[in-house]
Design a protein around this ligand. Structure first.
Ligand code: SAM
Length: 277
């Protein structure tokens, strides 16, 4: 059995190459549209749980006279930030710093940043409200806290696939066994209120990811095949008894078959909050 959950959960998916590759498709354009028009060129941004840093890099390009700090927690594999640093250097982006920090206890003074952002992070924390309190604390008065998380229950796809259904159904018990909220998207507004942000300071919205072009479908299905076969998903679900090996094989087959269909289509809704501090 895995050890009992600590307050700062180890990131549930782990940082296997297959996981990082799937995060690397994320850009400011496909993931930050709800606040990117509020950015000014000289702003200082904190990108919490930046992962491989593709969104972080885009944010740095949007604030050429400002700065972006990307953080990953002490439990993360150091290669994640190293990859992010190498990518920034390759692209010649110098207004970016990556460092190790835990969003639940940030090592930054109050009012340090104009914008504090977390993409697909709060869903992986056991105490997302404390994370939001810390995000608000390090934001300057008049600054913005932005968070976006998917909502597992809102995933829909075509054609029907029993393998994908089994994969989908397995995520909720897995997240709950880790003490985290799989349907985080719908909780964001409530969590911000619990963190002490006033209702009139918050704009709550929703947006989707949709995989429908032949390239996106092949990428999305093959990234799940790889993640099921090689990432912490398999290890943890087997160890916790959430799944058996034959379930994993069935899911892989489901994703492969679905990814080969000319009419394959997949969508998921995300919740978003933009809080004016
Ligand atoms: C789903 S990934 C999102 C990565 C990136 N924001 C993106 O969307 O491409 C979640 C990230 O949050 C990080 N994370 C987990 N717990 C954290 C904590 N307590 N403080 C800061 N980051 C954390 C994980 O290490 C992981 O890289």
């Amino acid at each position: 059995m895995l050890p009992p959950p600590a307050m700062s959960a180890q990131y549930g998916h782990g940082h296997h190459e297959s996981v990082l590759r799937s995060h690397s498709r994320r850009t400011a354009q496909n993931s930050c549209a709800y606040f990117s028009s509020s950015l000014k060129s000289n702003m200082h941004i904190l990108d919490v749980g930046c992962g491989p840093g593709t969104i972080t890099l885009d944010l740095a390009k949007l604030v050429p006279d400002g700065h972006v700090t990307g953080i990953e927690p002490p439990s993360a594999d150091p290669s994640v930030l190293q990859t992010a640093r190498n990518d920034a250097a390759k692209q010649g982006i110098s207004n970016i710093t990556y460092s190790v920090a835990d969003v639940l206890a940030l090592d930054f003074p109050d009012a340090s940043f104009d914008v504090v952002h977390a993409h697909q992070v709060l869903q992986h924390l056991r105490d997302p409200v404390q994370a939001l309190r810390e995000m608000v604390r390090v934001t300057k008065p008049g600054g913005l806290v932005a968070a976006r998380d998917l909502d597992n229950k809102t995933m829909i796809w075509f054609p029907e696939s029993e393998g994908i259904e089994r994969w989908h159904a397995s995520y909720e018990p897995l997240a709950r066994s880790n003490g985290t909220e799989p349907n985080a998207g719908r909780h964001l507004l409530s969590w911000a209120l619990q963190a002490g942000v006033k209702r009139e300071q918050i704009v709550a919205s929703a947006s989707s990811w949709c995989f429908s072009t032949p390239e996106d479908v092949v990428w999305w299905s093959s990234s799940w095949v790889e993640r099921i076969l090689s990432s912490r998903f398999a290890e943890v679900t087997l160890e916790r008894g959430v799944l058996k090996q034959q379930d994993l094989d069935f899911m892989v087959q489901g994703w492969r078959e679905w990814g080969a269909q000319p009419d394959a289509w997949f969508a998921v809704l995300h919740g978003e909050i933009l809080c004016k501090v």
